[in-house]
Design a protein around this ligand. Structure first.
Ligand code: HEM
Length: 507
């Protein structure tokens, strides 16, 4: 039998050996303590710095490592190395809820984040998506307002159903996502049984410099599983960490969760034709692309197969950003995506510090050369071997750009203005279509879930929201009205329009 290794020597963080880690240094056995007990001071000071700010949204999360193996062939659309036939790319996936804080219970009705960092040979590609193909808003100017309604009320310090439904009932573009949120899929049992969606329209660019628009999907191979509100309440009574328990245990026992990766592709000409035919904007995050028009194409399989060793270092410090793209994958005009390209890296600089990309979990698995210079925690070397080449252009062989990686130009037209994102937009057909897909039992659960979430909300707001549901489908409005005990035949439930001025409601 092999002898266990002797334990390593305990040291200070400067490497000085420690003689006693049980008893502080005192003048006499009963104290007081001596200031020279640096070890005690270091332990207490470190503890005071053990937290970083939690993410302003998606604070509660669960993550694991794995890989993407490409089994299909979409090389006609993209030159991205990670998407070529046979490619296998290591990745980190962090799931999350949106609204709850770091200590929130897992089994809550909320959108689930689905953020993937692919460590590709061309740098990191981050696809920061959700378990829903659409979102609540379509103009990023509304994002902070929307998130404020999901967080705590300044006075009560409680979450406010009134704020949520006030905002949603004044924002009909949210109907599609609201319908998903209060359907069965809004409360998954765990994250192995959800789909992931890139949600936005992105672009793919091939070797010939041709661009197509694309949506990314990850379909769970475990099947979908959901809890009712009552079941979730019982789960939370038993454990607030049900998702962490499930994901960690599955991976530890080798039951690796997998997702089928698919893309939907739209050429620029198809985008124009589809837009003219349906009136929908291919870059509108509140819309899906119908599968009948744009059939999903299989790309490969994503598998999670390794738990992190240190949750803080590898999951809490993970920094995902839609700005991280690789040659062959690009952005689109989607206004929401455009704002996210700025917002995430900014959040990371605040949350984790200037050099967050150099932390091991975020560091690309390819050479990195840039001319950013100093700042807190500059612990890595980033020159290309010659310390004289610390600016650009230089005569000392420093890193240079390469035009081969330029994207093809994208024609744009239109006057600079603040265009209404509400006028002329059809916010009702797609959520109505989704509603009509539900069977009777699913519809009843949808009504009940909405009614439960609207408890305590002023009736005027309830009625304004019901009028919106009725515009999606009269049965939708009537069902919610019934579940709330409001008279469905009441004209006021049909009358108001979402773009009406806000009704005054009492506190
Ligand atoms: C996290 C901003 C829309 C998915 C975050 C964070 C910010 C943010 C600041 C925290 C980042 C951090 O501290 O690490 C925004 C803005 C949006 C927007 C400004 C719209 C204008 C969306 C959309 C999706 C999404 C549409 C999904 C399609 C996520 C996910 C995370 C996140 C999954 C957590 C990432 C992680 O696991 O670390 N968002 N967000 N967000 N957001 Fe967004």
């Amino acid at each position: 039998m092999s002898q266990p290794k002797p334990p390593a020597l305990l040291t200070t963080s400067a490497g000085n050996p420690i003689a006693d880690n049980q008893n502080s240094l005192s003048a006499g056995p009963r104290g007081p303590l001596l200031l020279q007990d640096y070890q005690l001071i270091e332990k207490l000071a470190h503890q005071n710095r053990e937290r970083v700010p939690e993410r302003v949204v998606h604070a509660k999360g669960w993550g694991a490592y794995g890989s993407l193996t490409v089994t299909g062939d979409i090389s006609r659309y993209t030159k991205a190395k990670a998407l070529q036939p046979g490619a296998k790319t290591d990745l980190l996936l962090r799931f999350s809820t949106v609204a709850g804080e770091l200590g929130a219970a897992d089994a809550e009705r909320d959108v689930r984040g689905f953020a993937v960092k692919f460590y590709t040979p061309e740098g990191n590609w981050d696809l920061v998506g959700n378990n829903t193909p659409v979102f609540f808003i379509r103009d990023p100017l509304k994002f902070p307002d929307f998130i404020h309604t999901q967080k705590r009320h300044p006075r009560s310090n409680l979450r406010s159903p009134t704020a949520m439904w006030d905002f949603w009932s004044l924002s009909p573009e949210s109907l599609h996502q609201v319908t998903i949120l209060f359907s069965d899929r809004g409360l998954p049992t765990d994250v192995r049984h959800i789909n992931g969606y890139g949600s936005h329209t992105y672009s793919l660019i091939n070797d010939a410099g041709e661009r197509v628009w694309v949506k990314f999907h990850f379909k769970t191979l475990q099947g979908h599983r959901h809890w009712t509100n009552d079941e979730a309440a019982r789960v939370i009574g038993r454990s607030r960490e049900s998702t962490q328990e499930d994901l960690y245990a599955a991976i530890e026992k080798g039951d690796y969760p997998r997702w089928k990766m698919q893309v939907q592709v739209m050429t620029e000409a198809q985008a124009d034709e589809w837009s003219a035919r349906t009136g929908w904007n291919p870059f509108d995050l509140t819309k899906v692309w119908p599968h009948a028009d744009f059939p999903p194409i299989d790309v490969g399989v994503l598998e999670l197969n390794r738990n992190p060793d240190n949750y803080f270092a590898e999951i809490e410090q993970a920094a995902f950003s839609p700005s991280n793209i690789v040659p062959g994958i690009g952005f689109s005009p989607d206004k929401m995506l455009q704002a996210r390209v700025f917002s995430y890296a900014d959040a990371h600089r605040y949350r984790l510090g200037t050099h967050y990309e150099a932390l091991p979990v975020n560091a690309p698995r390819c050479p990195v050369h840039h001319y950013h210079k100093d700042g807190a925690m500059r612990f890595f070397r980033n020159d290309s071997g010659n310390p004289d080449a610390y600016y650009e252009p230089n005569s000392f062989g420093g890193p240079r750009e390469d035009k081969r990686f330029a994207e093809p130009p994208l024609p744009l037209h239109g006057d600079a203005d603040r265009y209404s994102h509400r006028d002329g937009n059809d916010d009702f057909t797609q959520p109505g279509n989704l509603f009509r897909l539900f069977d009777e039992a699913q519809k009843q659960r949808l009504f009940a879930n909405i009614a439960a979430a609207m408890q305590g909300v002023p009736e005027a707001i309830q009625r304004r929201q019901i009028a919106l549901f009725a515009k999606c489908d009269p049965a939708y409005g009537a069902g919610v009205a019934r579940a709330l005990g409001l008279e469905p035949a009441d004209d006021r439930l049909k009358g108001s329009s979402a773009t009406d001025r806000p009704v005054e409601v009492g506190a």
